[in-house]
Write a new protein. Structure first.
Length: 239
């Protein structure tokens, strides 16, 4: 059944490419590359994406929002530094709202190759879960697409169902730092792969890091489930 679905998806993809050639998701220029990230973003746009601050700087920023006792994350890294509403942010919107699962996987591969040396030995990878109602609406969890690409290049197991989102929280986009923290308290709980994280160092994956409230809330849940330490990566740090 899975292979039939896969074949159908590839056939649709091929038909789509013949009818409408791929365009850069940032500048809309037509693309020719058949593999890698250049199937989705042109070289110029890709090279112009601003690099995120270092993991040390990002961690110090988290300490502006959390006391050391409240901070469940042991470290955090991001690839790019993006501002809401800018053309570069279309890279994230393409994965999140326009259903480009393959772009998410490709970004996960890039993140895995670029940042894995900055992160200590990781035993397993966990995407930030979305609520089942939102998953039905979107068709998939964008963090899981990124996490699956990352798991492929890092050769680590992917525990997509380690955590479960109990509450469909409203979007965090318009909330301030205090509201963001309040918005995600107690939202994440054990999923049916919860036992997999016990005594493990876990790498949490999300598309965007803003204040770190969502990632920290997930990290708290993972520590409660017995994880040893939790690090996090995101494609973009939202400025
Ligand atoms: Zn472009």
């Amino acid at each position: 059944m899975q292979s039939f679905r896969q074949a159908l998806r590839e056939l649709c993809e091929l038909g789509f490419q013949l009818l409408a050639p791929r365009c850069c998701c940032i500048c809309q220029q037509a693309l020719k590359a058949a593999t890698g990230i250049e199937r989705f973003v042109c070289r110029t746009c890709w090279d112009n994406l601003p690099v995120a601050p270092s993991p040390e700087t990002l961690y110090n920023e988290l300490l502006n929002f959390f006391t050391p006792d409240d901070l469940a994350l042991s470290g955090v890294a991001a690839l790019f530094s993006l501002r809401e509403g800018t053309p570069a942010m279309r890279l994230i919107y393409a994965v999140k709202y326009y259903g480009l699962w393959d772009l998410g996987v490709e970004l996960g591969r890039v993140v895995g190759s670029a940042l894995s040396h900055l992160l200590p030995d990781v035993d397993g990878i966990v995407p930030v879960p979305i609520h089942p109602a939102r998953r039905r609406e979107r068709g998939y969890n964008q963090a899981e697409a990124i996490a699956s690409g990352l798991a492929q290049v890092c050769h680590r197991p992917l525990y997509s169902r380690a955590l479960r989102r109990r509450v469909a929280t409203p979007s965090q986009t318009r909330l301030n730092a205090v509201e963001r923290r309040r918005n995600v308290v107690g939202v994440f709980t054990a999923g049916d792969q919860a036992l997999c994280v016990r005594s493990k160092t876990i790498l949490l994956v999300d598309d965007v890091l803003t204040t770190g409230s969502t990632l920290n809330s997930c990290a708290e849940a993972l520590l409660e489930l017995g994880a040893r330490r939790v690090f996090a990566v995101a494609i973009a740090k939202a400025m």
